[in-house]
Design a protein around this ligand. Structure first.
Ligand SMILES: Cc1ncc(C[n+]2csc(CCOP(=O)(O)OP(=O)(O)O)c2C)c(N)n1
Length: 309
């Protein structure tokens, strides 16, 4: 493994990788990129609990693993419960003098299915109990690992295998569940959105979340070439378009203070984000307009909360 740091403009980035080569993520997968950036931001002192999903099956085809840090796989619905136990266990071991009093960051990760649907209860409980952990949702907007089934984070109009677009359906009939807003409603100290198309913003947020006492949550838009029906070399572009159209604004909330981290001078039309994606190929101009309207309303609501100090 290469050691040290590499310079990108003013930024120094670790050359160390938390994932060894040989994992089986699809070409262009933003989950793989996010995991590597999270590892670079956190260094070596972290423990990861991971829900079932692409992130887990692609890194740990039994009996092999790509993880170079302590890593636990748990069942689909309880990554947050598992990391709660790890965090509580570490605290008591340190208190009893069985471990050195060294800061070890506890991190849990799950896909949007694991987070917004089946693991939401465990996540809410861990936030409410105030465990010191960072939860990262890798949101590729469907249950991708098992074949592109819709989740509550699938955006309106997207075609999935369980809500396919056709004669009787225009794809997902409901609006994307706002999980960052649910996290914020728990009054935890730090909540942010991020996207690996903005790697330094993502790494800074991970570092900040790791330094905060109490629970923190980062919701990462994770472009999925396989499920979104895009060429694998469009991942970074698509992530940028999601931000530049305000489909996925990058913001953070620290002790109730909202900050918009990337503020486009002029928003691009949502159509520029939808058009390259096969999952939206069936959308009529009326449906695109409906999505544009929704994005305008939601972005307006966010801007109204952003601190102007
Ligand atoms: C209780 C339970 N239900 C269903 C499954 C099957 N299953 C495994 S991974 C997965 C999809 C995971 O989707 P998501 O959390 O969005 O992560 P992704 O694979 O998209 O990264 C499903 C349905 C399971 N393992 N456990």
């Amino acid at each position: 493994m290469e050691q040290g740091v590499i310079k990108f403009g003013k930024n120094l980035v670790s050359t160390k990788e938390c994932l060894a080569p040989g994992h089986s993520f699809c070409p262009g997968c933003a989950e793989a990129l996010t995991i590597r950036l999270v590892g670079k931001a956190l260094g070596e002192n972290f423990i990861m609990a991971m829900a079932t999903g692409c992130d887990e099956v692609c890194t740990t085809p039994l009996p092999y693993t790509s993880w170079r840090i302590p890593w636990l796989h748990t069942i689909f619905e309880n990554a947050a419960a598992e990391i709660s136990g790890v965090e509580a266990g570490l605290k008591i071991m340190i208190k009893k003098g069985k471990m050195p009093d060294k800061k070890i960051k506890c991190v849990a990760m799950g896909g949007d299915g694991a987070t917004s649907d089946i693991g939401l209860q465990a996540l809410s409980g861990a936030f409410e109990r105030g465990h010191e952990f960072l939860y990262i949702c890798l949101d590729n907007e469907a249950y991708m690992n098992t074949g592109i089934q819709r989740s509550s984070a699938t955006p309106f109009g997207a075609s999935t295998t369980t809500q396919p677009a056709g004669k009787v359906s225009s794809g997902q009939p409901t609006w994307k569940k706002n999980v960052p807003a649910i996290a914020i409603a728990h009054d935890i100290p730090y909540v942010a959105t991020a996207c690996p198309s903005y790697p330094f913003d993502l790494m800074n947020k991970v570092k900040k979340a790791a330094s905060i006492e109490g629970p923190s949550y980062i919701h990462v838009l994770s472009v999925c070439p396989t499920g979104w029906r895009i060429p694998s070399n469009m991942t970074i572009t698509l992530g940028k378009l999601a931000v530049e159209t305000a489909v996925f604004p990058l913001y953070e909330v620290e002790s109730e203070k909202y900050t918009l981290n990337v503020k486009p001078q002029k928003l691009r039309p949502v159509e520029e984000y939808l058009k390259p994606q096969g999952r939206f190929r069936h959308l009529t101009p009326e449906l695109i307009e409906k999505i544009q309207h929704r994005v305008n309303v939601e972005y307006g609501r966010l801007l109204a909360k952003v601190s102007t100090e």
